[in-house]
Design a protein around this ligand. Structure first.
Ligand SMILES: NC(=O)c1ccc[n+]([C@@H]2O[C@H](COP(=O)([O-])OP(=O)(O)OC[C@H]3O[C@@H](n4cnc5c(N)ncnc54)[C@H](OP(=O)(O)O)[C@@H]3O)[C@@H](O)[C@H]2O)c1
Length: 320
């Protein structure tokens, strides 16, 4: 068994393949043979030593990144009766500190895993963290209701392209900020209005909306405060700039909330149902072998990924 680990924070080259042993699942746990792991910006930020998870992990290296995974249940711990050996499952695991999904094998709480049924392992690995962030950002923190208007910054990214679909499915009217190259893609997913964030006039083009889902943070998040209608709110998702945007909002009397995504198998099951029924789709724009994890990190750090990136484990067959 192999895993991709870091022994020090740094650029993508600090990721290195190391051997690992299969562990025995404890009470309530299962061992999963991972086929695909999802790549998220937090994996790369933590690898670089940035953010809360890095601060918490700095004295606990080596660290194996990865929170999103899909694979096959290989062993059951005592007391597990919700899953059986051979089930295909996905889940968000080890969040926010332990990680561990950039590996061929992992121990996970059975209660956090959801059977894939007819959804593919690739889709299952791409969905959890981004899908849950979009869902919780829109409906729990954002309190988005049918018929309301929402602006999604970074609509074409991992979280954004799912947020567009969850918002549309709830009956909201969706405006997105994205490069022109992504406008056709996002229109196809249900976005009604498409605005190019390179246009210096983008705030005026958007006008006022009831909810802003800020997936960019920093100056873009601050600028988007001008798009919040009276009584509306802005949810800022990148944690590193959340405090600054909350402060800017409070100075102007605009409600700004930050968030940290939480594992939620019930919500994950609902999203898998939407995929199974063909009512939503996940765009997977890149797949890398586990050994090429550094290339995947360089790509996600480029900041212009469309949809999701995956890591493929050595044992995953190409048609899974
Ligand atoms: N707090 C939490 O719990 C939590 C959870 C998940 C994610 N996050 C954070 O949320 C952010 C988004 O995550 P993600 O996975 O969706 O990232 P991602 O997939 O890497 O996002 C890439 C997208 O960002 C777009 N983009 C880049 N600069 C932009 C700008 N100035 N304005 C508008 N769009 C821009 C790009 O679109 P173009 O190609 O069109 O430029 C690209 O499609 C990240 O910072 C991540 O760390 C936080």
């Amino acid at each position: 068994m192999t895993q991709l680990q870091i022994t020090a924070f740094g650029d993508p080259s600090v990721l290195s393949l190391t051997p690992s042993q299969d562990k025995v699942p404890a009470e309530g746990e299962v061992r999963v043979r991972i086929c695909y792991a999802g790549v998220n910006p937090i994996d790369a930020k933590t690898r670089a030593g940035l953010g809360w998870a890095a601060a918490q992990n700095k004295d606990k290296l080596p660290w194996t990144p990865g929170y999103d995974m899909a694979g096959v249940v290989a062993a059951l711990g005592p007391g597990v009766d919700s899953l059986k050996v051979g089930d295909k499952v996905c889940g968000m695991v080890g969040f926010p500190l332990e990680g561990g999904a950039y590996a061929e094998s992992i121990l996970a709480q059975a209660a956090l895993l959801v059977p894939l049924e007819e959804v593919s392992l690739k889709q299952g690995a791409a969905l959890p963290l981004a899908g849950l962030t979009a869902w919780q950002g829109l409906f729990e923190h954002g309190e988005l209701k049918q018929g309301q208007s929402v602006l999604i910054l970074a609509g074409a990214g991992g979280v954004g392209h799912l947020a567009v679909q969850w918002a549309r499915a709830s009956g909201a009217r969706v405006t997105v900020l994205a490069s022109p190259d992504n406008h056709g893609f996002l229109h196809g997913l249900g976005a009604e209005r498409l605005v190019d964030y390179h246009d210096p006039d983008w705030v005026a083009q958007v006008g006022r909306v009831e909810l802003v889902l800020d997936l960019v943070g920093g100056d873009s998040g601050k600028a988007a405060l001008d798009c919040v209608a009276e009584g509306g709110r802005l949810i800022t998702v990148p944690t590193i700039t959340a405090e600054a945007i909350k402060l800017a909002g409070s100075e102007r009397g605009i409600e700004v909330r930050g968030m940290l995504v939480q594992p939620n198998p019930g919500q994950l099951a609902q999203m898998l149902t939407l995929l199974r029924l063909g009512e939503a789709q996940i765009c997977i724009s890149g797949e890398f072998d586990l050994a090429d994890g550094a290339l995947a990190h360089a790509a996600i750090e480029g900041g212009h990924t469309r949809g999701k990136l995956l890591l493929r484990m050595p044992g995953a067959s190409l048609d899974e």
